[in-house]
Ligand binder design. Structure first.
Ligand code: NAI
Ligand code: 13P
Length: 353
């Protein structure tokens, strides 16, 4: 059997950190993987030079993961079809707002028996089809099997090789679970595979909304008890959402790295938290988008957009009252509610009734 070729679609903060892992695992498993890995770079010019060329010569993504070397078997490619055309495993790791466009570029241009794994935390939304899981969107456009990888994985810490865990959600473990585990599992990046794809993915998507609430709370100086309450209520809304829209999830999935662990790490160390903390302080003079641009310098905070998408879905089934935290985050991001009113919205939470 020939070794599997891997393509990484994305080269942002997480894309670059995961490329360090994939570069290493493909090299150390030559019987399973081809060690030449292409990585799609959305081209941009940095100090007069093409980012793709900088990556291929210095082996560093100077914009999105500065100071960390990428393995030399990772090759930056600027054409997404070229990146993926021979690949057996497609690793999707782009901000969720680009997934539909990029998947459509690949339609009919990839190997028919390839598989994908999505590391994207967010939901897919289109005017015609409404809101979907990102994995469903990729599957429907490309007609291939899609697994997900989610977890408590702040990219800079993963790039430092600090010990952490992640969860692979897959339809049936026996299909590609072992191979996908081999692609990501290292001494310091420990993978657990669960047959609960929707809950795994939704934990990753929805925790970004909760992190925004944690950021508002931090910006207001409310301290750790309040943040713990936000984390708990957020967790309960995540579980409620999964049970309402994708019934059949295993309760244990919420205690995997993709669940409680990711919620904790994002509410303390994530970009959504940081952007929303700053928003409380500067919202009178700057928009959320301006603050995101200033703080993240081209990286993306997915929570505000995900809150908007989720609330659209809640409205369709008249379910807003069951999700006060998700709804309040959306309203605060749209300046329909003051951050100071967040706690008022949580005081009569269904969890307290
Ligand atoms: N950064 C982190 O710590 C983690 C991020 N994630 C998730 O991984 C996904 C990707 O995040 P990051 O790699 O951190 O990206 P990022 O937040 O660093 O975003 C920048 C990336 O978006 C690309 N981009 C900008 N405009 C684009 C366009 N028009 N079309 C396509 N791409 C464009 C940029 O080239 C760059 O690669 C997100 O869903 C995020 O939630 C998951 C775990 C950890
Ligand atoms: O998903 C993440 C950590 O697991 C990263 O969260 P942020 O996008 O808020 O930084």
């Amino acid at each position: 059997m020939s070794s599997k070729k891997v393509a990484i679609i994305g080269s942002g903060n997480w894309g670059s950190a995961i490329a360090r892992i994939i570069g290493s695992t493909t090299k150390s498993n030559p019987n399973i993987f081809d060690s030449n890995v292409s990585m799609w770079v959305h081209e941009e010019i940095i100090d007069g030079k093409k980012l793709s060329e900088i990556i291929n010569t210095t082996h560093e993504n100077v914009k999105y993961l500065p100071g960390k070397k990428l393995p030399e078997n990772i090759f930056a490619v600027t054409d997404v079809v070229e990146t993926c055309k021979d690949a057996d495993i497609l690793v999707f790791v782009i901000p969720h707002q680009f997934v539909t466009r990029v998947s459509n570029l690949l339609k009919g241009k990839i190997k028919q028996d390839s598989i994908a794994i999505s590391l994207i935390k967010g939901l897919s939304t289109s005017k015609s089809d409404g809101i979907k899981l990102v994995s469903t969107e990729i599957k429907e456009i490309l007609n291939i099997d899609v697994a997900v990888l989610m977890g408590a994985n702040l990219a800079p810490e993963v790039a430092n090789d600090n010990y952490c865990e992640a969860t692979i959600g897959i339809r049936k473990k026996q299909e590609n679970g072992a191979m996908l585990k081999k692609l990501f599992h290292t001494n310091n990046f420990r993978i657990n595979v669960v047959e609960d794809i929707e809950a795994t993915e939704l934990c990753g998507a929805l925790k970004n909304i909760v992190a925004c609430a944690a950021g508002f709370s931090d910006g207001l100086g409310y301290g750790d008890n309040t943040k713990a309450a936000i984390i708990r209520l957020g967790m309960m809304e995540i579980i409620r959402f999964v049970n309402q829209y994708y019934p059949g999830a295993h309760l244990s999935t919420f205690f995997e790295s993709c669940g409680l662990a990711d919620l904790v790490t994002t509410c303390y160390g994530g970009r959504n938290r940081r952007v929303c903390e700053a928003y409380v302080k500067f919202m009178d003079t700057k928009s959320l988008a301006e603050i995101e641009k200033e703080i993240l310098k081209g990286q993306s905070a997915q929570g505000p957009l995900t809150a908007e998408e989720v609330v659209e879905l809640l409205k369709k089934s008249d379910s807003q009252s069951k999700y006060p935290l998700f709804v309040a985050v959306n309203k605060i991001c749209k300046k329909e509610l003051k951050p100071q009113d967040l706690i008022n919205e949580l005081r009569n939470h269904p969890e307290h009734m």
